[in-house]
Design a protein around this ligand. Structure first.
Ligand SMILES: [Fe+2]
Ligand SMILES: [Fe+2]
Length: 292
């Protein structure tokens, strides 16, 4: 059995999930305006960003599969959250994918059903009660970093889309998707804070150790995807301000896991992973103009 939260924390989570369900129904396909004024220019600048985001959004189905492997016995509020969150993310993915097809690109190639060995081992260990809470904590940390990255990326993409004069896409696609992401971040943040408060010292040690060993930028699970992520950061203007980005993505994680390292701005494994993605993209140079 998973450890329970303090009652006040649990209540806040329940209310938050109810509010998400109420205020953010999945975006309906037929309500979206896919009009692009200059498809060629838009594709050249943002096509690969749409492709990356669509893949990450659609892989939510694999995330759910990973979750059921890793967390055989999730708290009820988590199950309620999945039921609200998954349909939202799937719509984000389908809408972004449709937009890239409208631009003449190929549909996304998402990996929906392969679970890595690492996760299978975690899944086996998770059946040992106290270890399940370690896995849950890792899952919330990943959720926080992922959703925070999404918030930042969609903000920049929205701004860029407006700059190009693509009003319909900015208002009807990116603007609406971007409004649904902060609530996801809040869920993971509340969960991470509540669970961290309940963990024993050995569990916290284990979380730090495993997080250091396994951190990766969102959607970047192999060198090619890491380089793709580097290209996305370059296009969105993050590559020049990598350290700021890392600080924002890992703020709560730093506060919880590394509170004793007061001078630390960002966990080293986070900034290292982002720098590595940019370097891989630079070396590959699919789109060299991005990395000048
Ligand atoms: Fe999303
Ligand atoms: Fe999200």
């Amino acid at each position: 059995m998973s450890r329970a939260y303090a009652p006040s924390a649990e209540l806040r989570l329940i209310e938050h999930v109810a509010k998400l369900a109420d205020e953010h129904p999945p975006i309906r396909f037929d309500s979206v305006d896919f009009t692009v004024r200059n498809p060629r220019e838009f594709d050249t600048r943002f096509g690969h960003v749409l492709d990356y985001m669509a893949r990450v959004e659609l892989e939510v189905d694999r995330n759910i599969l990973e979750l059921t492997t890793m967390l055989p016995d999730p708290p009820e509020v988590d199950q309620q959250f999945y039921a609200v969150w998954q349909p939202q993310e799937i719509q984000h993915g389908l809408i972004l994918d449709r937009l890239q097809v409208e631009l003449g690109r190929e549909s996304v190639d998402a990996d929906l059903d392969s679970i890595g060995l690492k996760l299978k081992i975690l899944g086996a260990l998770a059946h040992i009660g106290p270890f399940q809470d370690v896995c849950r904590m890792l899952y919330y940390l990943t959720g926080m970093a992922t959703e925070r990255s999404a918030v930042l990326a969609y903000n920049l993409l929205h701004r860029g889309t407006l700059e190009m004069g693509e009003r319909a896409i900015a208002d009807s696609v990116i603007g609406r998707i971007k409004r649904q992401e902060p609530g996801h971040f809040v869920f993971y943040q509340l969960s991470a804070r509540a669970l961290w408060a309940e963990l024993a010292a050995w569990q916290r040690w284990m979380v730090r150790f495993m997080r250091k060993a396994s951190f990766a930028p969102v959607g970047a699970n192999n060198p090619q995807q890491k380089a793709d992520f580097g290209d996305v950061m370059a296009t969105l203007g993050i590559a020049g301000e990598l350290d700021d980005f890392a600080v924002q993505v890992a703020r709560v994680e730093k506060e919880l896991l590394w509170e004793r390292d007061r001078g630390l701005k960002v966990p080293v494994y986070v900034s290292r992973a982002f720098h590595e993605a940019v370097e891989l993209a630079r070396d590959r140079a699919h789109v060299p103009h991005l990395h000048r």
